[in-house]
Every structure is written in structure tokens, then in C-alpha cells.
Design a protein around this ligand. Structure first.
Ligand code: SF4
Length: 390
């Protein structure tokens, strides 16, 4: 049987009941709510509230709509997230308006950071044989990944599969980044299978663009198959899902399908939406460093994903000149240790302030290339190094 994916058109700036009706329609198109849970079930809604920057988060109206349709169905609805490590969970919740939103949807806010975590086995093994995951997610009858459409420098896209990363114990999130993000995402989704994925594509956020930009896409995407949901969304963004490592690996692990021949799309026709918006290709900092032929080295020590994203953006600013650098070492992440070097050592991010006297310190958590007051963004530091060499 084919996996079903709903594509429902919505005004990119729709509000209130319009959003609720679009989300309801998307779930109805794939069999209705009773296809995913029973009355009285406990449902965990996992939106993307990874940063304080509303640009990067799931549209709160979509989160509220998903919560509301489950609470109206007499489920116990929990909503939670664990934002990026430097951000305090309660501040992220407050900025997002989560407490008010949950009240209106008759849902309860839970802490995925401070709530209990227990080890869960990865079925069939993977890169990780077990992962420490929120017990709330493990105990819920249904986990709903409520992602937003956005591009990313390391994984090309951040959609439903990657959104589950907020369920992992914070110390494990960093393991993912150091030891294998793509395979980690797949192992996590194998361990905690999201029963439903809803992707807020009201606005599509292109974080790989410089400067970043949002497109008025105007879609709600929903599926019980997380791989199918992400692969359809990736196609709308103009990417080939076969070339996105974590989506391809998820398919290979048997978590869902990605070929259109195995997907039944309900609602809008995908051909009317594919590639309509010019999302940018990823700027992977490690690939860019590799391209420098060893002239730029990155030493990572458990960095946050937001930092790697920014690092990619800054290195991409010198993409045509990577061979002109010599002996540049960039440290990123709180556990990165400076080593003796005759060249330039760059300490990227506030958590490396402690080594400030050992190199060129780039402030920020994460350092943003756009912050007008930040005189020494990495982009500027790299430009200055090149200038000196010239
Ligand atoms: S500077 Fe970067 S790696 Fe360090 S804590 Fe902040 S976001 Fe994380």
C-alpha cells in the first residue's frame, strides 16, 4: 500500500480558524484523527521551538491547531520541546507563547529538557544501539512531529525527522553532532516512531541563504509516514530527497518511503508546487573546509547545531578563495581545545571565551554574521586574514 501525504493550500499569513481548518483538512485527507489515536490516548505534540528566533520555529498557530484537534477528540495533549542547548527552555516557551497557546488548546506544557530521560534501544541497531530519550515521549501513545519547512547547512533540510532531536537528552544531542548527525536522526526515529508528522509550510524559511529569507509557500503537509512527509516537503523546496542523507537513510532503515511512485498525494497536486521557491543548497562547514585542501581545519568539541549552521554560512562567504588561506584552525563547541599552531586560531562562539588569549575570538552564542554591532564576525575575520595574505 502506498503512503499517503496530504498537501493543503493555506494563505501564508492565515490566522485562527483558517489555520485550524487547514490542519484538520490535512489530517482528514490521510484518514482522519481516528487513524492515528484512540479517544483518551496521551498525545505528545513536538513543535520546533529550537531557538528564540521566531523565524526558525513552527508557526504557533499550526502547533495550536494540531493540539486542538487532538484535545477535541478527547485525548490528553502534552506539548514540549528542548530548545538548542544555550537557550533556556522556559524563556523559549514564553517567547513562543506556548503557555497561552496550550491553554487555548486545552493542552499541558511539559519539559522535555528537565523531565526524565531513559535509554531506549534502537530496533535493529544503528550507529547508536541505544539513545537517551525523554520518558514522556516513550510513554505517550502517539508522538506528533510538528515541524516547520526550513533549509539547513548541515542536513540540507530540517523537517519532521530532524525535529525529533528535541526528544533526546541534551548531552546526547551533542553526541549526535560529533558522532554522526544523519544516522543519529534515523536511529532516533526508529526508536521513537512519530505516528504523525505535520509540517507547517505557511512560510518556508531558507536558512542556507545569505542573508536568510522566507518564502510565502502556503501549505500544510501531513502524513503518518515521516519519510514520505519529509521527502514530499523536500521536493516542494526543490531538493531531491534521495540526495538528503538522513531522509535516504531513514528509507533504507524501513521507516517509510520516499519515491513518488510509492506515495499517494492527496489534496494539492505536487507538480504545481515543486521547486516554486529558490531554496539555497546547504553550506556544510566541513565540506567547505575540505575544499580548502587542508588550509582550513575545523576542530569541533560538542558544538550546537546552530553554531555549525553559522559557521557554514561564514565559510561560504569565502568559497571562491578557500585555497588562498594557509594554516587556519577554527575551534567550535565548548569542548574544543586549542592546539599549538603557527597560523591563525579562531575561537568561534561564546563557549570558547575561556581560551580567548589563544587566538582570535568571535563572540556570540551562536555568532551571527548579520549582527550589525558585532565588529568581528567570522566573515570579517576571514576577509581580514585574506587581506593580510594578499
Ligand atoms: S557558542 Fe555555539 S557551540 Fe557554544 S554554546 Fe553557544 S551555540 Fe553552542
Amino acid at each position: 500500500m502506498k503512503s499517503q501525504v496530504a498537501l493543503v493550500k493555506i494563505h501564508p499569513q492565515a490566522i485562527g480558524s483558517t489555520v485550524l481548518e487547514a490542519v484538520r483538512e490535512s489530517v482528514d485527507l490521510i484518514g482522519g484523527i481516528e487513524n492515528f489515536c484512540h479517544k483518551d490516548n496521551e498525545v505528545l505534540i513536538k513543535p520546533n521551538i529550537s531557538t528564540l528566533d521566531s523565524f526558525q520555529c513552527t508557526n504557533p498557530l499550526v502547533t495550536r491547531a494540531v493540539a486542538k484537534i487532538f484535545s477535541e477528540y478527547h485525548c490528553t495533549v502534552l506539548i514540549g520541546e528542548d530548545p538548542s542547548i544555550p537557550i533556556k527552555e522556559n524563556i523559549a516557551y514564553r517567547e513562543y507563547g506556548l503557555y497561552e497557546l496550550a491553554k487555548k488548546a486545552n493542552a499541558k506544557v511539559v519539559s522535555l529538557r528537565y523531565g526524565p530521560h531513559t535509554r531506549v534501544e534502537v530496533p535493529g541497531g544503528g550507529y547508536f544501539s541505544e539513545i537517551e530519550v525523554s520518558s514522556i515521549a516513550q510513554e505517550a501513545d502517539l508522538v506528533v512531529s510538528v515541524a516547520t519547512m526550513k533549509s539547513a547547512n548541515i542536513t540540507t533540510v530540517t523537517l519532521g525527522l530532524k525535529n525529533l532531536k528535541g526528544l533526546v537528552r541534551p548531552s546526547w544531542k551533542r553526541k549526535f553532532h560529533c558522532e554522526g548527525l544523519n544516522q543519529g536522526i534515523v536511529d532516533l526515529n526508529a526508536a521513537i516512531r512519530p505516528g504523525l508528522t505535520v509540517i507547517d509550510a505557511t512560510l518556508g524559511k531558507d536558512l542556507s541563504a545569505s542573508p536568510r529569507v522566507s518564502y510565502p509557500v502556503g501549505l500544510i503537509i501531513a502524513s503518518g509516514d515521516p519519510v514520505a512527509a519529509d521527502s514530499v516537503c523536500a521536493r516542494v523546496m526543490g531538493f531531491n530527497p534521495e540526495k538528503i542523507e538522513h531522509i535516504r537513510l531513514a528509507k533504507e532503515k524501513g521507516l517509510g518511503v520516499l519515491g513518488l511512485e510509492n506515495i499517494e498525494i492527496r489534496g494539492e497536486k505536487i507538480e504545481n508546487w515543486t521547486g516554486r521557491f529558490p531554496f539555497s543548497p546547504p553550506k556544510d562547514p566541513f565540506k567547505l573546509a575540505e575544499k580548502s585542501g587542508g588550509r582550513i581545519r575545523i576542530i569541533q568539541g560538542n558544538p550546537c547545531s546552530v553554531c555549525l549552521n553559522e559557521l557554514g554560512q561564514s565559510l561560504a562567504s569565502q568559497e571562491d578563495h578557500l585555497h588562498a588561506f594557509r594554516d587556519v584552525t577554527i575551534l567550535v563547541g565548548p569542548e574544543a581545545k586549542p592546539c599549538l599552531s603557527s597560523g591563525y586560531t579562531i575561537l568561534f562562539g561564546k563557549c570558547l571565551k575561556k581560551h580567548k588569549d589563544k587566538g582570535i575570538y568571535v563572540a556570540g552564542c551562536p555568532p551571527h554574521e548579520y549582527e550589525p554591532l558585532k565588529i568581528d564576525s567570522l566573515k570579517k575575520v576571514l576577509a581580514k586574514i585574506l587581506e593580510k595574505r594578499g
